[in-house]
Design a protein. Structure first.
Length: 139
């Protein structure tokens, strides 16, 4: 599932454009939500965050803590694959081996952060010393 998420921004059945009701039918109630402001709301499920604008999902973020990811069922990442891609060099090898085109996002790369953007998708991979998040956004 990690390879598919990186390549096309879908994490199992979850993808941009889904309604809150559709997400809730798959994942259940979120563990936490943000205050709804200007039609925007954030739902949190362990290390997964989903952003909504006017009840339509416009953001998916997976945040890696301590080299692991806790996701709600039915979502799961292969921990062995995740361990291989925690460092920038490992991710680049993984992407090349899986024929996933990527480029450096210079706007989001600076002193202590590197961002790789998957070509032809809305996926960004964010590294400090290690991979700290995978984000999919409409913007």
């Amino acid at each position: 599932m990690l390879q598919e998420f990186i390549a096309d921004g879908m994490i199992g059945p979850i993808h941009l454009g889904m309604s809150k009701r559709a997400v809730q039918s798959i994942l259940g109630d979120p563990k936490a939500t943000s205050d709804r402001r200007k039609g925007r709301e954030l739902w949190k499920y362990d290390d997964l965050q989903l952003g909504f604008h006017q009840d339509t999902m416009c953001f998916i973020g997976v945040y890696i803590m301590d080299d692991s990811v806790k996701l709600p069922p039915p979502l799961i990442f292969d921990e062995r694959v995740l361990a291989q891609v925690m460092r920038l060099e490992g991710m680049e090898k993984f992407l090349l081996a899986n024929k996933i085109a990527f480029e450096l996002d210079e706007k989001l790369t600076f002193d202590d952060q590197t961002c790789l953007r998957i070509v032809g998708s809305k996926v960004g991979l964010y590294f400090s010393e290690k991979l700290h998040s995978i984000q999919v956004t409409e913007q």
